[in-house]
Design a protein around this ligand. Structure first.
Ligand SMILES: [Ca+2]
Ligand SMILES: [Ca+2]
Ligand SMILES: [Ca+2]
Length: 497
């Protein structure tokens, strides 16, 4: 806008105002007008679990809120956008599942195809409920009666029979996709398999709950996302078995409100899978993207690879902050035919690579129903398939491997400790890297570095036959590599020469 368009009044912007007292918790999440003490400013929405409201404020009004004794903090409610990348010429198959640089999904499906008692929450633009290839995969709320204006199951949301829509300031119980992004993401996770139609999702027996926070343009606000994540918390607290939240979206704006919402989801034992972003080669270590760069241990950040196994040109990376990669270029999945003119479309983006990982997480959760989010994360990262193209680009240096993750997930129903000491015949051996690798079958590799006293430990090691190796440049060991079978916890020690 030019200078001539500057309005008489000050420009207003969206802010998240957090209060010190718990005075907001008594208000219904769906009735912002019930917050009486903010009459000077229109309350756009309420974030009840965060004790926060969203209000439109001028700079001077913002300062007045900051100065209020009952206000904890005021932060910008920045825009959150879907991580689309422009579509490109498409290939005629789902290389992501079975191609040379795919995730070995058919082998994984011999172990598990996911489970209807494991739910993936797709926090996105909603879903097309009429799509022919998603019919078997959409969660419905057994405790809720449709369209009677009542919150029958008492979870705080009226008529939420199939998710909820936070993608506008009003909010309602209809998370129908008006953009197409969420439907594409949902199909990557769980499009129905073996039905002679369209495509197959990575975990095609799992269930998807759409939680809408992006509008018809694929845009929302941090506050929409916070509401969406808190809806996931409400479902989980009511006993719905949500294992994974997929977030193929983000913003460059750091937000404490978003970080706290991520923390609430994580505290429920749910894994959060996020897209690293599509800023064409941006290093997230230097320029963070949120929620991908969340400090929570329960958040995985995913870059995108192509059908030839290279890092996609549009994909962000981050040797410290992006955990792994997954196929994300030219991904064929479901879209709403009334919006897009076809039922299936090829789309590019880290938005497409994140749900590949979410699908794999759902497979692992089905293979080991007792797995915590910590174990899911550990298994996914320990079983990546290393690619030279990803070395120094993502923390794990590889792409997600559905087969290895599902196989190790199954084995992880029984887990053991492998621990020991590196003994020193000479002084000053220093820290030694101990690497544990499955000797046969699935890819599995973990490393730890010994403590200053020479000790190491791996916990949660699934049953199997492993190679255990000690390495340190310039140091030789009496026996640096051991083949061990783990069916109980055991100590293995090394001796440096
Ligand atoms: Ca309800
Ligand atoms: Ca109802
Ligand atoms: Ca299908």
């Amino acid at each position: 806008m030019g200078a001539s368009s500057r309005s008489l009044a000050e420009d207003h912007a969206r802010y998240i105002v957090r209060f010190k007292s718990s005075s907001l918790s008594a208000t219904a999440p769906t009735s912002p007008s019930s917050v009486q003490f903010l009459t000077a400013s229109k309350v756009e929405r309420v974030l009840p679990l965060d004790n926060s409201v969203v209000v439109m404020l001028s700079a001077s009004e913002r300062d007045a809120y900051v100065a209020r004794p009952d206000v904890e903090s005021v932060e910008v409610d920045a825009k959150v956008t879907a991580f689309f990348a422009p579509n490109d010429t498409s290939y005629s198959e789902q290389y992501a599942l079975s191609g040379p640089y795919g995730i070995r999904a058919p082998l994984a499906w011999d172990i598990t195809r996911g489970s209807p008692s494991k739910i993936v929450a797709v926090v996105d633009s909603g879903v097309d409920f009429t799509h022919e290839d998603l019919q078997e995969s959409l969660w419905s709320n057994p405790g809720e009666i449709a369209a009677n204006g009542l919150d029958d199951d008492g979870n705080g949301y009226v008529d939420d029979i199939r998710g909820y829509d936070f993608g506008s300031d009003a909010g309602d119980s209809d998370p129908t996709d008006e953009n197409g992004h969420g439907t594409h993401v949902a199909g990557i996770v769980a499009a129905t398999g073996n039905n002679a139609l369209g495509v197959i999702g990575v975990a095609w027996n799992t269930m998807v709950v759409p939680v809408k926070c992006l509008d018809d343009q694929g845009n929302g606000y941090i506050s929409y996302l916070v509401n969406a994540l808190d809806y996931v918390v409400a479902l989980k607290d009511q006993g719905h078995p949500i294992a994974v939240v997929n977030m193929s979206l983000g913003t460059n704006q750091q937000s404490d409100a978003l970080e706290r919402a991520v923390g609430r989801v994580a505290s429920r034992g749910i894994l959060l899978v996020t897209a690293a972003g599509n800023n064409y080669g941006q290093n997230n270590d230097a320029v963070p993207s949120y929620p991908a760069n969340s400090t929570s241990e329960s958040v995985l950040s995913v870059a995108a690879t192509t059908s030839s196994g290279s890092l996609a040109g549009f994909s962000n990376y981050g040797p410290q902050t992006v955990d792994l990669a997954a196929p994300g270029a030219d991904i064929l999945s479901t879209v709403p035919p009334l919006l897009r003119g076809a039922s299936y479309e090829y789309i590019d983006g880290t938005s497409m690579s994140a749900p590949v990982v979410s699908g794999v997480a759902a497979l692992v959760a089905a293979a080991n129903p007792d797995a915590t989010s910590t174990l899911l994360r550990d298994i996914i990262l320990s079983t990546v398939r290393p690619l030279s193209t990803l070395k120094g680009k993502v923390v794990s240096g590889g792409i997600v491997d559905a087969y290895s993750a599902a196989a190790v997930g199954l084995a992880s129903r029984k887990r053991y400790r492998v621990y020991g000491t590196v003994k020193r015949r000479s002084r000053g051996v220093g820290r030694v890297t101990i690497t544990l690798r499955l000797a046969t079958g699935p890819t599995y590799r973990k490393s730890v570095i010994t403590s200053s006293s020479g000790r190491y430990a791996f916990k949660d090691v699934p049953a199997g036959t492993y190679t255990l190796k000690a390495t340190r440049p310039g140091v030789s060991f009496a026996s640096s590599s051991r083949r061990i079978t783990i069916g109980r916890s055991r100590a293995v020690s090394f001796t440096a020469r």
